[in-house]
Design a protein around this ligand. Structure first.
Ligand SMILES: [Zn+2]
Ligand SMILES: [Zn+2]
Length: 753
């Protein structure tokens, strides 16, 4: 039994993982891990959320929340998405965990003792306007290598080279666009140059590396290794284990790679076998595979090996099968049809195996691959459903109907023998491909076996044979089921959900995952009763599908929902006429811990007396605006229907002032720091009347209500939010769960603004 260690590049916890992550670095190692477990090998597969660094802090600052909040939120979302996709990590950890920090600080201390880390004063970009240093993504400018004008301080997205912030030409501050000055600051450096010779020797026998991995690494080595700053002027990250560096942290890239090791230790600790990690890290026979996208190559073939060499006594990467990129077909996209490439969104629409199949057969192994929804649907329908699903279903349902069990073999014809040989050769070929990390070829080879199965079934024509010779027909069907069994085991690493179902249909009572790979070639027991076959794969409707998938950026802009709003209950304490505007009131509104001045154009609809002391709902994070010279800090919400009736929103039951309001189920979301009026207008808020249990009338249609509503409230008008692509409407509720109602009746479907 061999041991296999599988490290998977750590996704940043600043957004949901998307299909690019799946094709690039998550699916390949999962196929590899599942295969090796079936081979009886001991596998340890680890990764986790990269929660540090400027990608997290930039996102957090944009949203006006603490980095920890962003990191935790997306760790949760991504852990779930990964498990829903069937990616079988032994542990998916997080870098903000104390035990990860301990490992990083131990590495730091030992490398410092061995003089592979030293201190040096350097010049670093500093924004005097923002009064801070600009590490990594805080600064943008021209790439010194390829002239790309939007390179970031840590990397150029165009040529893929890693950069140090001070290398950028014409740098600007990401936040205020002013030109930074160069200011002295003391940092720790990793003596990468000391490992030049050792790394050259290490790479020398890696002929089996992918062309791209080899090339990237060779280029780095040939241009000579430079020492690199491994700390940053930032306060989010792993602390430097020395006195006097409170305002600096260890550079995210230096510590994230150590996550492979910290996670292995944590995995062992959680199993209650503290030293178990040694089986994988100190047994030289254990091969280490690292799966990642091409932009991460040098960190895994140069920096991480150098760190490991400096630390000593730990296994180095054996192979680093880096993938190219998965791209989204062209520029065209369609948000309105509700498609996004974020994994949680994709899995709402498609089965995990449909996604896994497409990304396996279209894996960007040697060159970039294009993802178009059209192609995804076509391949699902033509290949998964019509080739694999069709063969399996024909073989199983014909046998189930006419024999009810796996028929006996009477005498094998030449044709039958050839079919059994075909299983043997295909299965051998497939294992060779998987072991070489050529997953696309392995999947093609599997599909070839499915094609062969279809041809064999047609050639043997059991529907005719059954009438002539029941025993010979049984023999042919037995061979068919052998092919199905081989496909089931062979496909398991790729399609773990459907193959478990198929295994049961073949009459087995255990899980296919508990079987060995070799059993793909062995016989199926005659007389084993078959379960009623069900279709394994779903056909997808091509007409409903948009042609293209939207790019990420556009999604981010449009994805704003009611959770972006910071809504609170306030009490109108004072109300006066605006001195210079006929239709405007100026109000002082109390929110408990603060009071704000609001201006609203309600004079035509409400008298001052009607509004005085009323509880209202206010958008707190709307960009402050001056209305005829008087500032309004926030906006109260009212509904207006087509007939021109206007009504204030007010809590249905008595609520405390200052209480938060949001869409039901969205309570954990963090509102944006500030939103513009035009952004607010894109959020669809409406009025509906509760008509019966769980239903509301919106005027033009009746909809279910997210989370339900009691029929005791029939006839009550409430404020609701229409989420993009969602059947049910989401009611606005206070922290205590109370509905938001209307001060006076308006027509159903009235807009809230
Ligand atoms: Zn600045
Ligand atoms: Zn560049």
């Amino acid at each position: 039994m061999a041991k296999v260690f599988i490290g998977v590049a750590w996704p940043y916890a600043n957004g949901p993982i998307h299909l690019g992550h799946v094709a690039g670095s998550l699916l390949p190692p999962d196929i590899f891990a599942r295969y090796h477990r079936m081979q009886g090998n001991e596998v340890l597969m680890v990764s986790g959320s990269d929660q540090h660094g400027t990608p997290i802090t930039v996102t957090a600052e944009k949203k006006g929340v603490a980095p920890k909040q962003i990191a935790e939120k997306f760790h949760k979302i991504n852990s779930k998405a990964i498990s829903d996709l069937g990616i079988s990590f032994d542990l998916y950890f997080e870098t903000s965990h104390e035990n990860h920090k301990k490992v990083v600080q131990d590495f730091f201390t030992r490398l410092l003792e061995r003089e592979f880390i030293y201190k040096k004063v350097m010049l670093s970009p500093y924004c005097s306007n923002c009064d801070k240093f600009l590490p990594d993504r805080y600064v943008e400018g021209e790439c010194p290598h390829c002239d790309y004008s939007n390179a970031r301080g840590d990397q150029c997205d165009d040529c893929g080279r890693t950069l140090d912030p001070e290398e950028l030409i014409a740098p600007v501050c990401k936040f205020c666009s002013s030109q930074p000055e160069m200011k002295e600051t003391e940092h720790f450096f990793f003596k990468l140059s000391a490992f030049q010779k050792d790394l050259e020797n290490y790479v020398a026998d890696k002929d089996y590396w992918r062309h791209n991995t080899k090339n990237f690494t060779k280029n780095w080595l040939e241009s000579g290794l430079r020492d690199r700053a491994i700390t940053r002027d930032i306060t989010w990250g792993v602390e430097i284990p020395l006195e006097g560096y409170d305002d600096k942290r260890i550079y995210v890239w230096f510590e994230a790679v150590m996550g492979y090791f910290s996670t292995s230790k944590e995995w062992a600790r959680r199993r209650g076998e503290e030293d178990k990690w040694k089986d994988f890290w100190q047994d030289e026979a254990c091969k280490h595979y690292y799966f990642l996208g091409k932009d991460n190559i040098p960190f895994h073939t140069i920096i991480w090996p150098a760190i490991l060499m400096g630390y000593g006594d730990l296994n180095l990467p054996y192979d680093v099968p880096a993938n190219e990129y998965l791209k989204w077909g062209g520029e065209q996209f369609s948000k309105s049809r509700g498609i996004s490439i974020a994994v949680p969104d994709v899995l709402k629409k498609y089965d995990p195996d449909q996604v896994r199949y497409y990304l396996s057969i279209n894996m960007p192994e040697l060159r970039d691959a294009d993802f178009t929804l059209e192609d995804f649907i076509r391949r699902n329908n033509d290949e998964l459903v019509s080739t694999l699903g069709n063969f399996v279903h024909r073989a199983l349902s014909f046998t189930h109907k006419n024999y009810g069990e796996v028929p006996k073999v009477k005498e094998l014809s030449q044709q039958d023998k050839e079919a059994l040989e075909k299983i043997e050769t295909q299965v051998t070929e497939i294992s060779e491909y998987i072991e070489r990390c050529e997953f696309k070829k392995a999947m093609k080879s599997l599909m070839e076996l499915a094609h062969f199965g279809n041809r064999y079934f047609d050639a043997r024509a059991p529907w005719a044979l059954l009438k002539e010779n029941r025993e010979e027909c049984g023999t042919a069907l037995h061979v068919c089921l052998r092919i199905v069994k081989a496909l089931c085991i062979g496909m398991y690493p790729f399609l773990p959900f459907s193959t478990e179902k198929l295994w049961v249909m073949l009459g087995y009572e255990d899980d296919v995952s508990s079987r060995t790979w070799e059993e793909a070639k062995t016989d199926i027991p005659s007389g084993q009763s078959l379960a009623r076959p069900q279709p394994l794969f779903k056909k997808l409707d091509i007409i409903e599908a948009p042609e293209k998938i939207e790019p990420e950026k556009a999604k981010e802009e449009e994805a704003m929902g009611v959770d972006a709003l910071d809504l609170k209950i306030g009490l109108i304490e004072e109300i006066e006429d605006h001195p210079d505007a006929e239709k405007l009131y100026v109000m002082k509104v109390d929110f408990g811990n603060e009071k704000r001045q609001l201006v609203a154009g309600l004079k035509t609809y409400y008298s001052k007396e009607e509004m005085q002391d009323r509880k209202i709902v206010v958008v707190m994070n709307l960009k402050p605006a001056k209305l005829r010279g008087i500032e309004s800090r926030g906006m109260l919400l009212a509904a207006e229907d087509k007939s021109g009736t206007v009504s204030l929103l007010t809590p249905l039951s008595d609520e405390d002032i200052g209480v938060k309001v949001t869409g039901r189920g969205l309570e954990t979301m963090v509102p944006r720091k500030q939103i513009s009026f035009s952004e607010f207008q894109k959020i669809k808020l409406r009025v509906g009347t509760i008509i019966e249990e769980d239903k509301t009338d919106m005027g033009d249609k009746k909809s279910g209500v997210e989370g339900g509503v009691s029929s005791a409230l029939s006839g009550t008008q409430i404020a609701i939010y229409l989420a993009e692509g969602k059947e049910e409407v989401i009611p606005l509720v206070t922290e205590s769960g109370g509905f938001i109602s209307l001060h006076k009746p308006v027509a159903n479907g009235a807009e809230i603004k």
